[in-house]
Design a binder for this molecule. Structure first.
Ligand code: AMP
Ligand code: ZN
Length: 455
């Protein structure tokens, strides 16, 4: 089955046809790193990581370029750094590092490139200059603004009327704007603010132009897939289209636009004032949600339980169910042999616009056979590691309400074998007891020592 994806631009599911199957290109809007990412921010990261994995599977690992940017210049960042009395760089480096660690802990692959705005300033300035030259932008009081009426196609992604757009964009009324919809490409920075030299004076870029420039720099004028959360459809993505297509004489920025639905917590919108705002870090490392610490793969499983375009309700129940499921699977899998084969039904479900609920249904069907046949167990393990739900690198296995570090187990077994070789049986027995305390049973056989988790 070939890959079909729901293209927001066309409002329908379409067969995916890459521009160049030897270099499939995808851009996902990354975070503005002024604070730790919340669990809603994890949704696009996880969902589009699954797409990245699928594309690598279909087109070959070296034939997919995935760019997920880091927005490290933005007014929220400036405000937060000032509030905390730290430098902008200190703030953004710290939050970006946590974001990247969280993304790995959630079982995501590293994107091919994670460009930063601060490293893209030449391209941003060049693109703005092009827009001014093409009469899509104008200079006013130290600002450069994109003139929305210069783009007759403006609004084609969100399909909104002008009135809806004005309301939705919460347009800032400013005397220097020719049209209330016009948006900022460049704004002036006074001497004590972060800024870069430009033909329009010292200043800094607006948020939208940053993504247009990073996309162009790393993926070219037109790439295959552009994605992000549904909230970005308007105005952010609409503005990216206007800028990039304005700079490139109407050539499209991306052929497919994908948007994930929103996440809410226990049926409520997540917000600081409701006290239900949860960061990924809190879920992973603090006893914040249900007074528990959650393994990254449990969060990943929970996130993929709902189709990416639907809204998702993040509940304690959901996490408990995901953990139970993963633990059960881990028990089946820890001694599974390796395989390269992924079930066709799993791939078919993903090829159908990333239908992860159908994919889980298919997996449940295979779990029974995996219990009894080593061959099925091998394929099952392959499917789960393909999905980022099970790892055989240094990683933890889920067991009976706890997490076991398989590498630590292997190390203890090696130590025990060394002790036995040295005829130090007291030490060997001590290690066996240590393993038993971790719920790990070992068995010495002709081909060495095997281990399994017992309840
Ligand atoms: P931001 O840093 O706010 O630009 O968000 C980074 C990414 O997270 C964007 O793709 C947003 O669309 C997405 N996002 C933000 N909040 C949520 C949420 N509650 N549910 C799902 N996605 C979200
Ligand atoms: Zn963007």
């Amino acid at each position: 089955m070939a890959l079909t994806i729901y293209n927001t631009l066309a409002r329908e599911k379409q067969l995916f046809k890459p521009i160049d199957p030897k270099n499939v290109r995808m851009y996902v809007c990354g975070p503005t790193v002024y604070d730790y990412a919340h669990i809603g921010n994890a949704r696009p990261v996880i969902v589009f990581d699954v797409l990245f994995r699928l594309l690598r599977h279909v087109y070959g690992e070296s034939h997919v370029t995935y760019v997920r940017n880091i927005t490290d210049v933005e007014d929220k960042i400036i405000a937060r750094a000032a509030e905390r009395g730290v430098s902008i760089r200190e703030l953004t480096e710290g939050t970006a590092r946590v974001y990247q660690e969280d993304a790995i802990a959630l079982g995501n692959l590293k994107p091919t490139l994670e460009p930063r705005v601060t490293e893209t300033m030449d391209e941003i300035v060049a693109m703005i200059a092009k827009l001014v030259a093409n009469n899509h932008a104008y200079v006013a009081e130290g600002h450069v603004l994109f003139h929305v009426p210069s783009d007759p196609d403006y609004g084609k992604l969100s399909r909104r009327t002008l009135d809806e757009m004005v309301a939705g964009a919460r347009v800032e009324v400013a005397p220097y704007k020719k049209n209330p919809m016009d948006f900022v490409l460049w704004k002036p920075s006074d001497a004590n603010l972060i800024g870069w030299d430009s033909p329009w004076g010292r200043g800094r870029p607006g948020w939208h132009i940053e993504c247009s420039a990073m996309g162009e720099k790393h993926l070219g004028e037109t790439f295959d897939i552009h994605a992000g959360g549904i909230d970005l459809q308007f105005p952010h993505h609409e503005n990216e289209i206007a800028q990039s297509e304005g700079a490139h004489y109407g050539r499209p920025i991306a052929n497919y636009w994908m948007h994930n639905g929103f996440l809410q917590v226990e049926s409520e919108k997540m917000s600081k004032s409701l006290g239900n705002f949860i960061t990924i870090r809190e879920l992973l490392a603090e006893r914040r949600f249900g007074d528990e610490q959650w393994h990254g793969r449990v969060l990943r499983h929970a996130m993929l339980g709902t189709h990416y375009r639907q809204p998702i309700d993040w509940t304690l129940d959901r996490l408990v169910q995901s953990r139970t499921m993963l633990m059960e699977w881990a028990r089946i899998l820890h001694d599974a042999p390796a395989s390269d084969d992924i079930h066709a039904d799993v791939l078919d479900a993903l090829n159908d616009d990333l239908n992860t609920p159908a994919m889980f249904t298919a997996l449940h069907g295979f779990a029974g056979a995996a219990r009894t046949s080593p061959e099925d167990r091998a394929r099952f393990k392959r499917a789960l590691s393909f999905l980022g739900l099970y790892g055989n690198e240094r990683d933890a296995d889920f067991v009976i309400g706890q997490v076991i570090d398989s590498e630590a187990v292997e190390e203890l077994i090696a130590k025990r074998n060394a002790a036995r070789k040295a005829r130090n049986f007291a030490e060997a027995d001590k290690i066996r007891r240590e393993l038993a305390a971790m719920n790990v049973a070992i068995e010495d056989g002709p081909r060495g020592t095997s281990w399994k988790v017992v309840s």
